[in-house]
Write a protein that binds this ligand. Structure first.
Ligand code: ASP
Ligand code: MG
Length: 401
């Protein structure tokens, strides 16, 4: 008999009614003859609230205790869901991460899963129980409780599905699947029935809030197919799996990231070691740089721009100003009024001309492109923030029929 792993996110277990609804879905899956393992997130905004509590006590809470605190959110969901399942006349066994055999490294608050000892889960399944596992947590080599980083329940579900060689891993959430664009901005956007791991990863890094990217990376590495679907709507869903690039859509989705900011160094001396100095310092400060553009130099000087997440712009700007002075630049500026529009598609690999089409569509809409970056399966353009949503609609219309 096949094993099905189902993961329910925080919005799917936000209150008692919703937990009862999840219990119905889970027991129906077992009734159809499957062995069921369920992974749950903390109820609603519980994790945010717990973080807030800690911050009211300590500016920089000790991470071991932070994990102890955060792990409780998922355990509450596990216990309540098991009670709801038992109330329907089925047997359930709830397991926090450490009882489910989830062994991690010891990097508190962003631990990585190392191994899963599936003995306990399998034992309970053998007794025909529905096994409910707390997402987002494990146990370190020193026997401390760890958590897997925000959104980590996705990773728990994928990793358990891999370890159990489950038939399928179903990720239940509050949207009916992965869309071609954010439907709040582009009403014509539709659900993508099948998409590759690669595209999902690009979508996550391009600003789409679909799934934890570590979970997608893990699924790709171990070839674990999964489905993203709604807890509240029966049909729809997006299957994420290996797709041959020859069968892939030229453009499968477009995304908008309004959380970008730009720093520009004007009149930097164009000599070896300058870029290394700037990006070395940012790297040391753990600041992720996204797009980098350096102009052709004139008379030994050049301009250099790059983007970072807006949450890091102040730190990045401070570091950049100091380096600017040291290098003798004319000025260093920062600009929060930008947005990044990205088109993603596996089929881009064997269809040239996608970039030209994107640029022409933006030009026709009167939108100026400030920076461009490309990879094998994506093209990103930085535009003014005020043009971001229009740019998204424009490229969606151009590519997605
Ligand atoms: N509760 C955790 C969070 O909010 C983990 C998860 O929901 O996946 O990040
Ligand atoms: Mg989540």
């Amino acid at each position: 008999m096949g094993i099905i792993v189902q993961k329910y996110g925080g919005s799917s277990v936000a209150d008692i009614e919703k937990i009862k609804h999840v219990a119905e879905k889970v027991t129906n899956t077992q009734k159809k003859g499957n062995k069921v393992v369920v992974v749950v997130s903390a109820m609603g905004k519980t994790t945010d609230n717990l973080i807030n509590l800690a911050k009211q006590i300590h500016k920089n809470p000790p991470t071991r205790e932070m994990d102890l605190l955060l792990s409780t959110g998922e355990i509450v969901s596990v216990a309540l869901l098991c009670m709801a399942i038992e109330n329907l006349g089925f047997e359930a066994e709830g397991l926090p991460g450490f009882l489910a055999g989830i062994r991690t490294d010891n990097i508190h608050t962003k631990a990585r899963i190392r191994t899963i000892d599936t003995r306990r889960i399998l034992e309970e399944l053998k007794k025909d129980k529905i096994v409910v596992v707390a997402g987002f947590q494990g146990i370190s080599p020193e026997d401390n409780i760890t958590t897997l980083g925000r959104g980590g329940s996705d990773l728990t579900a994928i990793a358990i599905a891999g370890a159990l060689k489950a038939e399928i891993c179903e990720i239940y959430t509050d949207v009916p699947g992965v869309f071609t664009a954010d439907p709040n901005i582009v009403p014509e956007a539709r659900i993508i029935p099948v998409i590759s791991y690669k595209e999902m990863l690009e979508m996550a890094s391009a600003g789409a809030k679909v799934m934890q990217s570590r979970a997608v990376e893990f699924a790709q590495k171990y070839h674990i197919p999964f489905v993203v679907k709604s807890t509240f709507i029966e049909n729809g869903g997006t299957m994420v799996t290996e797709v041959d690039f020859k069968e892939g859509a030229v453009v499968s989705s477009v995304t908008l990231d309004e959380k970008q900011a730009k720093i520009t160094f004007f009149h930097v001396p164009d000599r070896p070691g300058v870029a290394a100095r700037i990006f070395g310092a940012l790297g040391e400060a753990n600041i992720n740089v996204d797009i980098i553009v350096q102009n052709v130099s004139t008379s030994g000087y050049t301009d250099l721009s790059f983007t970072v997440n807006i949450a890091e712009i102040e730190r990045a700007f401070e570091i950049s100003q100091n380096i600017g002075k040291e290098l003798g630049c004319k000025s260093v500026t920062s600009d929060n009024e930008i947005a990044k529009v990205t088109v993603i598609g596996l089929g881009m690999m064997n269809h040239p001309g996608v970039a030209a089409r994107m640029f022409s569509a933006l030009a026709r809409a009167g939108i100026n492109i400030e920076m461009i970056s490309t990879s094998e399966i994506k093209i990103s353009c930085i535009v003014r923030k005020k043009d971001g949503q229009k740019a998204l609609k424009t490229v969606h219309q151009e590519f997605i029929k």
